[in-house]
Design a protein around this ligand. Structure first.
Ligand code: KG4
Ligand code: ZN
Length: 355
């Protein structure tokens, strides 16, 4: 039995969790969304301060809920990359301090490896290899997974991440932050086929288009143009815009692009299981469309449970259990990194510390 205390503060959610052998004993998240909403996005300085305030209480809460003191865990884990440096430092310093004080191993975890592990908080995964579509506020990636630490990126966004596109589109439509849930709510009852928005593609130097890469910046510009045109056409300056139809059209196109390219990538690479994780995986339309696409193509689909799509510490704990069972831990002087490609996550377990 392995019990891990996991901490996550890479962006705007402070989170702590206790996990044991793939199961969550207790998990707590303190969201800062309301505070950042005033500014229309995450303010790094505010994020770090709120993590400092929230994290000790979250640790206390998960320990008392599961009736386990920190001294009783087998290891302490914290997200150390990628993310906002000042924010990452909060979980990293807290985690390394607890590990040192209680003489426990410390595991620095790659945030995206945590998202990949989140699907196991639902059903167990079939044996690899499989294809993961990771769609969050900072990343849109298609990754072939052959096991912990064995990743091959097959597709990516060349500009905005899918979640970022949702956030920008919501701002444009006056729907607030975070944009994903706001667009989803506004799109309910809207006509998703009313506006033919473009599916951005990436040209290849030799001609044609990259089959698995994404571009969302053109879609955002097209939505802006559509909004401007509608504003010009309306009878009075205060006449309402068809926000539900605009939101639904935007949501449809993003879902279609993600489904089409993911299914094609899986088919082309002979991968029979597709895994959907990350904050955008919470999107209802994407979950539905992906189920239809996978059924059509004979792919087995696994989606992270709704509660563990957006940032949380339980997924970091699951990733840490895998690393621990492979006999790994991180040096106690490991720092944090704003950027770190997923396929370099093994460096977190090297001595001397990679950064
Ligand atoms: O995974 P996450 O919590 O943080 C990152 O690692 O980035 O993802 C946050 C992103 C935000 O951009 C948010 O708008 C998006 O996930 N998101 C959604 C939904 N819920 C969250 N996007 C679409 N539909 C949703 N229901
Ligand atoms: Zn995330």
């Amino acid at each position: 039995m392995t019990t891990v205390l996991a901490l996550e503060t890479s962006c705007d959610e402070s989170a702590a969790a206790l996990v044991r052998d793939g199961a969550v004993l207790a998990a707590a998240v303190a969201s800062q969304v309301e505070e950042h909403a005033r500014w229309g996005g995450v303010v790094p300085e505010i994020a770090s301060r709120r993590h400092v305030e929230a994290l000790p209480q979250l640790i206390e809460r998960v320990c008392s809920e599961s009736d386990l003191p920190v001294a009783a865990v087998d290891a302490v884990a914290a997200t150390v990359a990628p993310g906002l440096v000042g924010a990452l430092l909060v979980a990293s310093v807290t985690g390394r301090t607890l590990a040192r004080l209680h003489a426990k191993p410390f595991l620095g975890i790659h945030h995206l490896e945590g998202h990949l592990a989140s699907v196991q908080l639902g059903e167990p995964l079939p044996p690899g290899p499989y294809l993961v579509l990771l769609v969050s506020g900072g990343h849109t990636e298609l990754v072939r997974v052959d096991g912990a630490g064995r990743y091959l990126r097959l597709g990516r966004s060349h500009d905005d991440a899918a979640g970022e596109a949702f956030d920008k589109a919501a701002r444009l439509l006056g729907l607030g932050y975070p944009g994903g849930p706001a667009i989803q709510a506004a799109a309910l009852g809207g006509d998703g086929n009313r506006y033919p928005l473009p599916k951005g593609r990436i040209s290849l130097p030799e001609g044609g288009f990259h089959p698995y890469d994404f571009s969302f910046s053109g879609l955002k510009t097209a939505l802006l143009r559509q909004v401007r045109a509608l504003e010009q056409q309306r009878p009075t300056a205060n006449a309402p815009l068809p926000v539900a139809d605009l939101a639904a059209s935007f949501e449809r196109v993003v879902a279609e692009v993600l489904v089409e390219r993911s299914c094609r990538c899986a088919r082309d690479h002979g991968l029979t299981t597709l895994v959907l994780v990350g904050g955008v995986a919470a999107n209802r339309r994407l979950r539905e469309q992906m189920a239809i696409g996978c059924h059509r193509d004979g792919l087995e689909l696994r989606i992270a449970p709704l509660a563990y799509c957006t940032d949380n510490a339980a997924m970091i704990g699951i990733a840490a259990c895998h690393r621990l069972s492979a006999g790994l831990n991180s040096p106690l002087d490991l720092g944090v990194a704003a950027r770190l490609p997923l396929d370099q996550s093994d460096c977190l377990y090297q001595t001397p510390a990679a950064f």
